[in-house]
Design a protein around this ligand. Sequence first.
Ligand SMILES: [Zn+2]
Length: 229
Amino acid sequence: MAAEELVAGTLASQGLPRGTKRPAAFLDRDGVINIDHGYVWRIEDFAFVPGVREAAAELARLGFAVVVITNQAGIARGMYTEADFVRLTRWMRERFAEAGVALAGVYHCPHHPTEGIGAWRVRCDCRKPAPGMLLAAARDLALDLQGSVIFGDKCDDMRAGRAAGVGLRVFLGKDGLAAPAEPCADALVSLRYASLAQAVADPALRRALPGGAGRERAAPAGARCGGNG
Ligand SMILES: [Zn+2]
């Protein structure tokens, strides 16, 4: 219960006490945020899955740092450059901002262990299912991983989440169009939905969110803990 109280305290206070960790909502990109045409790198090819920006904004409103974690082996394969990825990411951040959510971070893995060209061919610790991007985000952004939730359309997203100790793992359908098709063991998955929008709209998901969904109804931390100073 200590962790839940910590989360509630995080949400209740505008100025976070030093050392307090935030919960994150980790989003995979291709197939969750945008339609996965395969190696999307051009703005003109980037189509948002319906409702995803509004759902992300709702997660931010609930107190989650919204963080994108994405394998980008197209860089390793020489199909586009990191500069191309950065340009698309800047544009994507602006579109999220228009919907009311400032992304707390966007982490990408540019590597591939067997298909990478030159220095990109490396067995790294960031390519999902490895947890490297999640762990880096947790360090950089002072995140409470056990109090966090990850949304992905591949079982490797769920594996990465479990390896990092992310408390809630939500398996989504590719491109938000269907129930998850890829097999993934129940032990890896907390809940399954077609899309982020469908997930965030479901009271069952909100109740399952680490820290309680009740986050919005929780007594302010100050009412319980404050007053000493
Ligand atoms: Zn990597």
